[in-house]
Design a protein around this ligand. Structure first.
Ligand SMILES: Cc1cc2nc3c(=O)[nH]c(=O)nc-3n(C[C@H](O)[C@H](O)[C@H](O)COP(=O)(O)OP(=O)(O)OC[C@H]3O[C@@H](n4cnc5c(N)ncnc54)[C@H](O)[C@@H]3O)c2cc1C
Length: 546
């Protein structure tokens, strides 16, 4: 038994644990990342990387590296056919990526393994992270000063002491079980039998890029065929809510299934792997107990229809990392950590509900095809735009409460499809291209490690008060005047309108890019007003007077 002390122990090196380690390293917070599996699982899972996640990848310097591995932009559609070689029945309309007035990021479709490889490379290059493979969390205890985690490394068992533990250990989370946290929702919606295989399908697919070929709608033998990378494909059959978990298909069954879906009885293929996934719709009753937090699939699971599972998890890490960093540095108090559950759980529930509703869209399409109803089919194909696009669900979610101060603006219900930019407290602060010292930057580029105050030309008093505060205190705070003659050159009206700010108003944005506070005018004592807001945002008094 050995004992050591680390700031954050992260359990699970999936996309969420890796993102957590990378984010903490960006704040120079050391972490240890333990992963049970000695080798990495390569069975394909996610391919839909949503726009908000791409904004984060762009900020972390991953977008350039990922671009060459992405599927063509016109692949954002489904193709319905009897088989790949058989008759094509219909296509959902091609989705246009969001314009660069909405986001500075490009949206890619990428295999999860490519994303994980890129994240892992970055994490391994960070001196602040220690990665330990083949090490399993088997138990944990905690007291008011830290967490004692029991780790199994081969035959050796050791206890590691950490200030905080993040359980990013997937759907069967050991961390969650140890905390006694229950899940609410539906544990089994379906089982998906997935076959990973390779074959040359160039002649059938080269000029038909898509998210998935959905075959067999007329015969009832529904099988999805999706490209993963190179000449590698994945075939998925859904077994509805069966009580029994079906066994993965044997190599012979898998080959027969693939050949039927491709429509070539003599197709030469190599079956690489066969797996059964339980598809559920569940959210943990709480995301935190004491010093232990759940993130990613450990905290929520949702059907892949909609492509939100991994994306929601990476964004959990983004929400939690700066809070942990601020508390570990002594800049913020423990209540900031309480806002993680308050903010992220409702987002997971909304994404679960949305993903479940998309399964109904897929069903409607299959039924329209089976009934040979052309009008119904056209409407159902058009409706898939909502499934695939869902920019409102992706960028428009707004925290109703948490580490933010309401400004009286109405909390409207989320439109999952259309994204309406807003700088109301809790929302993702909108993107706007501006120019700083002759360089084009997005407002999103500023939201990284500090609080950021933005104000239009008439709010210079806000900006100077914020700068004085950041010089005199230990608060990480930056301030920019945005407008024709400002630190960030932009059209005054466009900025004021986008952020809904009066000429002398100001907005305070958190390091995760969500709005914390907004003022519609300037008071007599702007520094006092800012200090008061920061205190209510859980910045510790020591940091305020340092
Ligand atoms: C077929 C399919 C398609 C999908 N498509 C999409 C999509 O298009 N878009 C999307 O966003 N999401 C999609 N998802 C969901 C996505 O794959 C998951 O949400 C994502 O993998 C969750 O990441 P995670 O890091 O939370 O968990 P995981 O990826 O499950 O990683 C958890 C890690 O923890 C390790 N671990 C577990 N227990 C322990 C322990 N006790 N000690 C140490 N290590 C441990 C595991 O070995 C694993 O490596 C899809 C899922 C499936 C099955």
């Amino acid at each position: 038994v050995t004992t050591s002390r680390i700031p954050v122990l992260i359990v699970g090196a999936g996309p969420v644990g890796l993102s957590m380690a990378l984010l903490l390293a960006r704040f120079e917070i050391p972490s240890v990342l333990v992963e049970r599996d000695a080798a990495r699982s390569r069975h394909p899972k996610a391919r839909g990387i949503r726009t908000r996640t791409m904004e984060l990848f762009r900020q972390w310097g991953l977008a350039e590296e990922l671009r060459p591995r992405a599927q063509a932009a016109e692949a954002l559609r489904f193709i319905y056919c009897d088989s790949l070689a058989g008759e094509e029945i219909g296509r959902s309309p091609e989705l246009q990526p969001p314009p660069d007035t909405i986001t500075p990021a490009e949206t890619y479709r990428l295999p999860q393994e490519v994303v994980e490889d890129a994240l892992l490379r970055r994490v391994l290059a960070e001196p602040a992270v220690v990665v330990r493979r083949g090490v399993e969390l088997v138990g944990l205890e905690q007291d008011s000063s830290g967490v004692a985690a029991t780790l199994q490394d081969g035959d050796a068992v050791e206890t590691v002491r950490a200030s905080y533990l993040v359980g990013a250990d997937g759907v069967a989370s050991t961390a969650r079980a140890n905390l006694g946290i229950e899940l609410t929702g539906t544990p089994v919606l379906a089982y998906w039998q997935s076959v990973y295989w390779r074959a040359d399908l160039g002649d059938l697919t080269a000029d038909r890029p898509c998210i998935q070929f959905l075959t067999g709608a007329r015969t009832g033998a529904f099988v999805g065929v999706a490209w993963n990378r190179d000449d590698r494909w994945v075939t998925i059959v859904q077994r509805p809510g069966a009580a029994e978990r079906p066994e993965p298909l044997s190599a012979e069954e898998a080959s027969a299934l693939v050949r039927r879906a491709v429509g070539r009885p003599d197709l030469e293929l190599e079956v690489l792997d066969s797996k059964t996934f339980r598809i559920g719709a569940e959210v943990a009753e709480r995301y935190r107990r004491g010093r232990v937090f759940l993130a990613g699939d450990a905290a929520h699971s949702m059907p892949p229809t909609g492509g939100f599972g991994m994306n929601t998890g990476i964004q959990d890490a983004h929400n939690l990392a700066w809070k942990l960093a601020f508390v570990l540095r002594g800049t913020a108090d423990d209540e900031l950590l309480g806002s993680y559950d308050e903010e992220r759980r409702p987002v997971a529930q909304a994404n679960v509900d949305w993903s479940v509703s998309n399964a109904a869209r897929m069903r409607e399409l299959r039924e329209a095809i089976a009934d040979d109803d052309a009008d119904r089919l056209a409407a159902a194909l058009q409706d898939q735009m909502n499934h695939v696009g869902a920019l409102g669900q992706d960028l428009g979610f707004r925290y109703a409460s948490g580490a933010l101060l309401e400004d009286g603006s109405e909390l409207t219900s989320l439109d999952p499809v259309a994204y309406e930019p807003t700088a109301a407290p809790g929302a993702r602060a909108p993107h706007l291209w501006t120019e700083r010292s002759g360089q084009r930057i997005s407002t999103l580029d500023l939201f990284d490690s500090s609080y950021v105050l933005l104000t239009p030309g008439g709010g210079r008093e806000w900006a100077s008060a914020a700068r004085r505060l950041s010089e005199k205190t230990a608060i990480p705070l930056e301030a920019y005047v945005v407008g024709a003659g400002g630190d960030l050159v932009a059209d005054d009206e466009v900025f004021s309108e986008l952020y809904d700010l009066a000429e002398s108003g100001a907005v305070l944005v958190r390091p995760d890019g969500h709005v914390a506070w907004r003022s519609h005018g300037v008071p007599n004592d702007p520094a006092g007003a800012l200090l008061d807001a920061l205190a209510r945002l859980h910045i510790v008094p020591g940091a305020l007077v340092a």
